[in-house]
Design a protein around this ligand. Structure first.
Ligand code: ZN
Length: 242
């Protein structure tokens, strides 16, 4: 099965459409949360995602904050401003859809979660030590996470003691072996200084991971951010990938 893996779309429709077009035909799509926040197209992105066939979609921290499930005081000023903006703009139907999203799930050999297995909504896995500590919190050979907006692959040895940290090169193939934890990066707001939208293709039979990057019309999204009255910082950062 050829699976499209996306995360952190953040209401950026141009980036999402570019990813879907670039990925081509897939058997399933796994979305690791944060449909909302930052970007100008919340309803369009929720609808595009929820209508994909064989979709598994997780709840992210921005989605949870939108639902009022978590305290937004922990968000930075611009993130709070975009949450205020989105509150009255998401349709009831899309809101009900977001309310039904799980925090963590398993599909075959892979655990899917937005933040981390031990703290599904909030924890950032930014280093090998944190990745290692999360191994006890999922049972499957592999775990895919989002949240940091940084593509990364942590590959453990059979003793689970040594970890290899790989910054995946776009369009390369990586053979996963049990166990591994990876992040596809962000569709709608990359933070690794590469402004191209990030995603991955996962082959479930071969356990093969292929990271990809794709350009999209950033200027069009920046214009809609300005017209919407969203913080200009969100527009600036898209062009530079931070
Ligand atoms: Zn995010």
């Amino acid at each position: 099965m050829r699976v499209l893996v996306v995360s952190d779309i953040h209401a950026n429709l141009n980036a999402l459409e570019a990813v879907l077009a670039d990925a081509g035909s897939v058997d399933a799509t796994w979305c690791l949360g944060d449909l909302l926040g930052y970007g100008p197209d919340p309803n369009e992105c929720v609808e595009r995602i929820r209508n994909l066939p064989n979709l598994t979609c997780l709840l992210g921290n921005h989605d949870a904050a939108f639902l009022g499930q978590i305290d937004v005081d922990t968000f930075n000023l611009e993130a709070r401003q975009s949450l205020d903006w989105v509150k009255n703009r998401v349709s009831d139907d899309n809101m009900e859809y977001i309310q039904r999203l799980p925090e963590m799930t398993e599909v075959g050999q892979v655990t899917l979660v937005h933040g981390s297995p031990r703290n599904p909504i909030w924890e950032y896995i930014l280093d090998p030590r944190t990745a290692r500590r999360n191994l006890d919190h999922f049972q499957t050979p592999y775990c895919f996470v989002g949240h940091t907006h940084l593509p990364i692959l942590y590959q453990f040895n059979p003793e689970m003691t040594v970890v290899t940290v790989i910054s995946p090169e776009p369009d390369n193939s990586y053979q996963l072996t049990p166990r591994a934890l990876l992040n596809p990066g962000s569709v709608g707001q990359p933070r690794d200084r590469d402004p191209r939208a990030a995603y991955g293709i996962y082959d479930t039979e071969k356990a093969l991971w292929q990271p990809h990057r794709v350009t999209y019309d950033i200027a069009a999204v920046q214009t809609r951010i300005r017209l919407a009255g969203l913080p200009l910082k969100h527009a600036m950062r898209l062009a530079e990938g931070w």
